[in-house]
Design a binder for this molecule. Structure first.
Ligand SMILES: [Zn+2]
Ligand SMILES: [Zn+2]
Length: 142
């Protein structure tokens, strides 16, 4: 599914991102992981490939990838921001505040909310990648 990594790097170049070797390594790391990853986790991985890449470079590259709309952040409740590739969206998360369990749910659940907010408030909501916090089925004893 989606584009190959070379395709994405080409696209980034075509859209004007300067593709340095360090950025390519960081991007490859994010691309390989497929799920969600924090900046610190990316940093730990890229350090194995190139020990000269700093955490600051990882953060700057993540900001760039967000500007290019290729990754989306979400907060899964451990106060760390997780990133996922946009092509793995759109989904959202249900995060249990008691046991920490995380479930995904599909974006179409927000269709009604989005259309009503647009109709009634003229407001266009961005629901790229959200986390909703609450209590899961198991913790509720159901
Ligand atoms: Zn997600
Ligand atoms: Zn739970």
């Amino acid at each position: 599914m989606g584009q190959t990594q070379a395709g994405l790097i080409e696209e980034l170049r075509a859209r004007g991102m300067r593709m340095t070797p360090q950025r390519a390594i960081i991007f490859e790391t994010i691309n390989q992981l497929e799920g969600h990853i924090t900046a610190e986790e990316i940093f730990a991985q890229v350090q194995k490939v190139n020990a000269y890449i700093s955490l600051a470079t990882v953060y700057r590259t993540l900001e760039l990838l967000q500007e290019f709309d290729l990754i989306t952040p979400t907060n899964l409740g451990d106060s760390q921001t997780c990133f996922a590739l946009k092509e793995h969206c759109c989904h959202h998360h249900l995060v249990c505040l008691q046991c920490g369990n995380i479930e995904e749910f599909s974006d179409d659940l927000f269709d009604l909310v989005r259309s009503r907010l647009e109709d009634e408030h003229g407001f266009q909501v961005r629901t790229d990648h959200m986390s909703l916090f609450g209590v899961c089925k198991a913790c509720r004893g159901e």
